[in-house]
Design a protein around this ligand. Structure first.
Ligand code: ZN
Ligand code: ZN
Length: 473
């Protein structure tokens, strides 16, 4: 139902609003500040009648595929993005380089050794150290949730492989991800503190398929680094059932990832230069890197398609924005928002000129509401919401993962909240592939991004509350 919204709006535009406009005196129309101007109507039609965003994610996933941060594949993706941005017609196309700590996956196998020998499907978490070459064979210490492990006393897990279960709740806004993700981020540290030799977690995901979900983990400086991997949901179920028999359970796991040292990454930037205030920037974005298991279609080829596709829609519609519309394809998001932080470092001098910023990084489904992260100009966001047929949410946003670092520096943000009910079925698995993306949903998203970028570039606000001294330190 949700992706009717823009179609309905476009229909109203084509039938109702156009007739109304011809009958209404110019002054009255202006006074009412209608959200749906002829330019907005043209953007929606151009997006809806084309496949700009879909064609871009199709190209990226077909011609590059998986593009793990810091690898040669991510470097090929940067070359692809530079060429694509130029092909679209963006100006000032450039790479903003930075260096990241490299990591690459190796072999990954696991099995229950006793009491019921069976293979398990696992994947190494990003950043994990390897097991010894012959693998680790050890008894399981089971924790139903990460909080149970946190509550466990010091010591007591010597020589054990810790298994942390805990199920993630499905929700349209992905609210279950944060809580479920704690074991992925910090499971190895908490287990190592208590003497464990390795960790397996139930995948952070909402599906019941036999694909484990990868994702970045972190080590604390002051605890031993132990290997950590994710089990597919059915394998976590299996292990829980075996444990429920009350016998001692032993598993064997072998992981051979390796650290590859300093590796290049980079953000790709392209612009539609503003006709009146070129120094003022409306930023739309996605992240170019992906995990290595799938082809990074929903995470986040879709965001690259939506943001770059929206800029293409504006250019194709022949519109000349007053402010600069900047498209950014962030590098190395998956391994710690490194592109987002590098962007802030490299662009610090012009952050005050960033009028509004957003990122698409929640798949390819249509949006269902508009979230605000501005301190002024909320009425313009409301007009953007009206023009795209969406309600305003009272949930505050920081604009998306890579926008977070600039949001903390005071850059105003907004976000089209997409329906992510099924996003975590696919997220960070081999199943993240192009066939999961509907072209019509991509067109809806591109229309929304194009309308937002256009209206923000034309608006008479910089979305900042300048009435107090807090914003001008
Ligand atoms: Zn992402
Ligand atoms: Zn991701």
């Amino acid at each position: 139902m949700k992706h009717f919204l823009l179609a309905t709006c476009a229909t109203i535009l084509l039938v109702g609003c156009a007739n109304e406009a011809s009958d209404t005196p110019k002054e009255a129309t202006k006074a009412e500040q209608p959200a749906v101007t002829p330019e907005v109507q043209k953007l929606i039609e151009t997006a809806k009648n084309g496949s700009h965003a879909y064609d871009i994610v199709e190209s990226l996933t077909t011609e590059i595929g998986p593009r793990l941060a810091g690898t040669d594949a991510e470097a090929r993706a940067r070359d692809w993005a530079v060429a694509k941005f130029k092909e679209i017609g963006l100006e000032n196309v450039r790479v903003q380089p930075f260096t990241i700590p490299g990591w690459e996956r190796g072999e990954e196998t696991a099995s229950i050794v006793a009491p019921y020998a069976q293979q398990l499907y696992i994947t190494s978490l990003g950043g994990s150290v390897a097991t010894p070459s012959g693998g680790i064979t050890a008894p399981i210490a089971f924790f139903p949730t990460f909080e149970d492990l946190e509550a466990a006393p010091a010591g007591g897990l010597d020589g054990k492989i810790v298994f942390i279960s805990g199920r993630m709740e499905k929700a349209p806004d992905g609210a279950g991800y944060g809580p479920a993700n704690r074991k992925r981020r910090s499971g190895a540290t908490e287990a190592a503190k208590r003497g464990a030799v390795a960790v397996v977690i139930r995948s952070v995901g909402t599906d019941s398929h036999r694909f484990p979900h990868t994702g970045q983990m972190r080590y604390a400086e002051d605890t031993p680094k132990i290997p950590i991997a994710a089990l597919s949901a059915p394998d976590a179920d299996q292990l829980e059932r075996v444990l429920s028999r009350g016998e001692k359970v032993t598993i064997k796991m072998t992981l051979t990832p390796r650290v590859t040292g300093d590796r290049p990454s980079g953000n790709i930037i392209g612009e539609i230069i503003g006709s009146e205030s070129p120094e003022e920037i409306v930023l739309i974005s996605g992240h170019l890197d992906s995990w290595d298991l799938g082809t990074g279609a929903i995470d986040d080829g879709a965001g690259i398609g939506i943001s770059a596709g929206a800029s293409q829609v504006i250019l194709e519609a022949g519109l000349k924005p007053k402010r600069t519309i900047r498209v950014v394809a962030f590098g190395a998001e998956e391994v710690g928002l490194l592109g987002g932080f590098a962007y802030v470092d490299a662009n610090r001098a012009e952050l005050d000129n960033h009028v509004l910023a957003t990122e698409s990084d929640f798949g390819a489904t249509a949006p269902y509401e508009v979230q605000s992260g501005v301190s002024a100009g909320e009425d313009v966001l409301k007009q953007i919401a009206d023009a795209t047929g969406l309600p305003m949410s009272d949930v505050r946003t920081n604009g998306g993962p890579d926008i977070g670092p600039m949001s903390r520096e005071g850059v105003p943000t907004m976000r089209f909240q997409q329906d992510g009910t099924d996003y975590f079925d696919l997220h960070h698995t081999p199943d993240d592939t192009l066939d999961k993306i509907k072209p019509e949903d991509m067109a809806t998203n591109a229309a929304a991004f194009a309308v937002m970028a256009w209206m923000a570039s034309e608006a008479d606000t910089n979305f900042r509350d300048t009435s107090d001294s807090a914003s001008t330190e």
